[in-house]
Design a protein around this ligand. Structure first.
Ligand SMILES: *[C@@H]1O[C@H](CO)[C@@H](O)[C@H](O)[C@H]1NC(C)=O
Ligand SMILES: *[C@@H]1O[C@H](CO)[C@@H](O)[C@H](O)[C@H]1NC(C)=O
Ligand SMILES: *[C@@H]1O[C@H](CO)[C@@H](O)[C@H](O)[C@H]1NC(C)=O
Ligand SMILES: *[C@@H]1O[C@H](CO)[C@@H](O)[C@H](O)[C@H]1NC(C)=O
Ligand SMILES: *[C@@H]1O[C@H](CO)[C@@H](O)[C@H](O)[C@H]1NC(C)=O
Ligand SMILES: *[C@@H]1O[C@H](CO)[C@@H](O)[C@H](O)[C@H]1NC(C)=O
Length: 406
């Protein structure tokens, strides 16, 4: 082959390769629907809601492969409470969030000030929300009004989804929860940042309810309430690599309010840090409730000045109200393995269970928690059956050795 011929061949090959790549990107990435092409201005002042809605209608209504709603970078979009409603024609919808979305400047500027959600996705299967963008709920004016939690909106509410993924984005200053996941199956949440002031009320990071097969990993949550809260109807939850704090820790419950039947099972929390949080690993159930919280483990937990690193309250009751103890949400098979670090509280471990129901099969091993001054904290246990290889814990916590591997 002479030089020219070879050169020609290489060039043709290159062209074909570029052409194939172009075709692939069209076929595989599908079509982009950029909100700027639907009248959204992205100047932070103009109400961009209608542009978003139109772009969504086209994204959701178009068939073919992956459809992408594009929210471009270097722009700030003002969005009123909006529902992104499915089902969509495509089985895979991507929201590429690279810009900033802000809520109206204060509560009075909301088109619907009583809305329970700001940004809601419902019945969208195969939804991905990805990118380097930010949503800013501008919660300050809601917090200042001292409104009840029920009168403040969740920033991002995902309901009735399956195969949902969220990666990369940041949420700041949500009026209530940053993200809530309800009635979803198969969810992956990763590399996200959730920020709100330590003093902001009810700003849970991620709330999960009635959902299964959830993976949450490698994220930073600094907020005013629970970093992650797992509520009734949830199972198969895997949480790993979460940097939590300030905040109220990772919490199961509260479950069983008003005598309700609650179920939570198969929750695995590994390799998380609680940095100056009020609670670390918490399970909270109301007296009088029914159902169960079982097969829950917290492993490899780093504590930095955590107030209550391990806490179970199976006797949760309304302030000042005493309920005759008839039932309790049953708590069993709970493991705390390898907790290391510091606590700010003398009573670092509290496991307060119900007299009739007891907490069963609780295992604590490798618990190495010290006070700031190097002292050993106290352990308070009531009606706990369980096992530990630590003699102090056995003496102070487990009156009844329920180890099954005897
Ligand atoms: C989007 O679609 C919904 C449902 O079909 C319709 O009610 C709404 O008017 C559409 N919005 C816009 C901005 O086209
Ligand atoms: C939990 O998530 C981590 C990180 O994604 C993964 O490595 C691990 O396999 C998961 N465990 C289960 C039981 O799914
Ligand atoms: C307990 O939960 C883990 C995942 O967290 C799961 O792999 C295991 O099968 C569950 N065990 C039972 C008995 O359900
Ligand atoms: C814990 O939080 C403090 C204060 O926000 C911060 O300076 C520190 O880097 C954090 N430590 C870790 C290990 O994340
Ligand atoms: C110890 O545990 C067993 C099995 O859970 C239970 O039947 C028994 O009543 C418990 N005993 C005490 C003294 O709590
Ligand atoms: C509890 O049971 C385990 C396993 O049989 C045993 O090794 C341990 O010594 C027991 N602890 C107490 C305090 O009875």
């Amino acid at each position: 082959m002479d030089f020219h011929h070879r050169h020609f061949t290489m060039e043709t090959t290159l062209r074909v390769w570029i052409w194939i790549n172009f075709l692939c990107s069209v076929l595989v990435n599908g079509q982009n629907y950029n909100v700027l092409n639907y009248g959204a201005k992205g100047d932070g002042q103009t109400d961009d809601s209608e542009g978003f809605e139109q772009a969504w209608n086209d994204t959701c209504g178009g068939d073919g492969d992956i459809k992408t709603l594009l929210i471009p970078s270097d722009k700030t979009f003002l969005l009123q409470p909006t529902v992104f409603q499915g089902p969509c024609k495509s089985s895979s919808i991507k929201v590429q969030l690279d810009g900033v979305i802000v809520a109206p400047i204060d509560k009075g500027a909301w088109s619907n000030p009583t809305s329970k959600m700001w940004i809601k996705f419902s019945y969208v299967s195969g939804l991905m929300i990805v990118g380097s963008g930010t949503i800013n709920g501008r919660g300050l004016t809601f917090w200042e009004l001292n409104l009840k939690a029920s009168q403040r909106p969740t920033a991002l509410h995902i309901s009735k989804c399956d195969n949902f993924r969220i990666n990369g984005i940041t949420s700041i200053d949500s009026a209530k929860n940053h993200i809530s996941i309800n009635k979803c199956n198969t969810v992956a949440i990763s590399n996200i940042n959730l920020f709100a002031p330590e003093t902001s009320p009810n700003t849970d990071g991620i709330d999960i309810s009635e959902s299964t097969n959830i993976n949450i990993f490698d994220s930073t949550i600094q907020t005013g309430d629970d970093c992650i809260a797992i509520n009734s109807g949830s199972s198969n939850i895997n949480i790993t690599g979460i940097n939590c704090g300030p905040g109220h820790g990772i919490s199961i419950g509260s479950l069983g309010a008003g005598g309700a039947e609650a179920t939570v099972s198969n929750v695995q929390v590994t390799h998380c840090t609680f940095n100056q949080t009020t609670n670390g690993a918490r399970i909270k159930t109301w007296l009088g409730g029914q159902g169960y919280a079982r097969n829950i483990s917290f492993t490899d937990i780093t504590l930095i000045n955590t107030k209550n690193p391990i806490i179970i309250d199976q006797q949760y009751i309304n302030k000042g109200r005493l309920v005759a103890e008839e039932s309790a949400v049953a708590i069993s098979n709970v493991k705390y393995i390898d907790f290391h670090g510091t606590t700010s509280n003398k009573n670092a471990i509290t496991i307060k269970c119900s007299e009739t129901t007891h907490c069963r099969d609780v295992v604590m091993d490798g618990i190495d928690i010290t006070m700031a001054d190097g002292g050993k904290p106290k352990v308070n246990c009531q009606y706990v059956d369980g096992e530990s290889s630590d003699n102090d814990l056995m003496r102070n916590c487990f009156k009844n050795n329920t180890s099954t591997n005897q």
